[in-house]
Design a protein around this ligand. Structure first.
Ligand SMILES: Nc1ncnc2c1ncn2[C@@H]1O[C@H](COP(=O)(O)OP(=O)(O)OP(=O)(O)O)[C@@H](O)[C@H]1O
Ligand SMILES: [Mg+2]
Length: 276
């Protein structure tokens, strides 16, 4: 684990939102979970982190910015309808009170495909941000879709991001594609809070040995490109994957997410959070 501290991450000033719901909203920290690479566990990490923060009694929201392939409602077992008044949308609440807004919650049929070009995607994201009554939040986590095009650009350029958590997996291909996302963040000037290596290893349920399913890790190259620390290595955990499929991710048990929490809330690492 890389012990170097990320000096770029500072708690930002309170931001004022734009949009029809702006008078209701007061959000302290907006954190994007990004990768560039598809299927590495961005939505998984976003959901676990939101749950861990909610368990610590923080007020948390998740903006599912994956307009064409949203997963967050499924992980939390949420479905519409979303209630609205005067064009202001009310987020749905999870069991722990996490506020969730996703394009999939606004569709009459959850299997319906969104077939839009970039400008429509960007417009939808700005509406999910500004026309939603988020209320007072300590953390709004934004689950990004894969890639470095419209959605990522809109979020980086139009929303007051505190920083980005960059998710990767051990493989070389992940490292190559995630470095593109890092360069994008650096180009746009958004700080990278830290790197999360997901699917780092698997603990054999029979003998307890730690196995590197994907071989040697290439995440050091990602850390070097980002100039940001590796803050967590998450195992492949079939029990948590099953909870995702059942819509019960809030029931997860220890998987190492507390390292990310410590970085975010800048708690003393010697003060274990326990249970996360
Ligand atoms: N550490 C893990 N252990 C077990 N299953 C995992 C782990 N990380 C992710 N998964 C599972 O892998 C699948 C893909 O994860 P997820 O949807 O979070 O990836 P993503 O990066 O958000 O994908 P996309 O690019 O499509 O948005 C999900 O079914 C999730 O439950
Ligand atoms: Mg996803």
């Amino acid at each position: 684990m890389n012990e170097k501290k990320n000096k770029d991450y500072k708690k930002p000033q309170k931001k004022i939102l734009k949009g029809t719901a702006k008078e209701y909203n007061d959000i302290q920290n907006v954190i994007a979970v990004m990768s560039g690479k598809g299927g590495v566990g961005k939505s998984f990490v976003t959901s676990l982190l939101a749950t861990a923060l909610a368990r610590e009694k923080y007020h948390v929201g998740i903006l599912d910015a994956d307009i064409t392939g949203p997963s967050i409602p499924n992980f939390f077992g949420l479905s519409g309808p979303v209630m609205s008044e005067d064009k202001i949308l009310n987020p749905l609440l999870t069991h722990l009170g996490i506020k969730v807004m996703s394009m999939n919650l606004l569709l009459p049929n959850k299997d319906q495909a969104i077939i839009w070009r970039g400008p429509m995607i960007s417009k939808a994201i700005t509406q999910l941000w500004g026309d939603v009554k988020w209320g007072e939040l300590d953390y709004l986590l934004i689950d990004l879709p894969p890639g470095t095009s419209d959605a990522a650009l809109t979020i980086m350029q139009s929303l007051p991001l505190s920083g980005i958590l960059m998710v990767t997996t051990p493989q070389n291909l992940s490292s190559i594609i995630v470095r593109k996302a890092i360069h994008m963040a650096q180009h746009v000037g958004v700080p990278i809070i830290g790197i999360i290596e997901n699917m780092s290893y698997f603990v054999c349920p029979n003998c307890g040995s730690r196995q590197s399913i994907f071989g040697d890790s290439h995440t050091k190259e990602v850390e070097d490109a980002a100039g940001a620390p590796l803050i967590a290595e998450l195992p492949i955990n079939p029990a948590t994957a099953a909870l995702c499929d059942q819509g019960k991710i809030e029931n997860f048990e220890s998987i190492g997410i507390n390292k990310i929490l410590e970085t975010l809330i800048q708690k003393d690492p010697t003060d274990p959070l326990g249970g996360n």
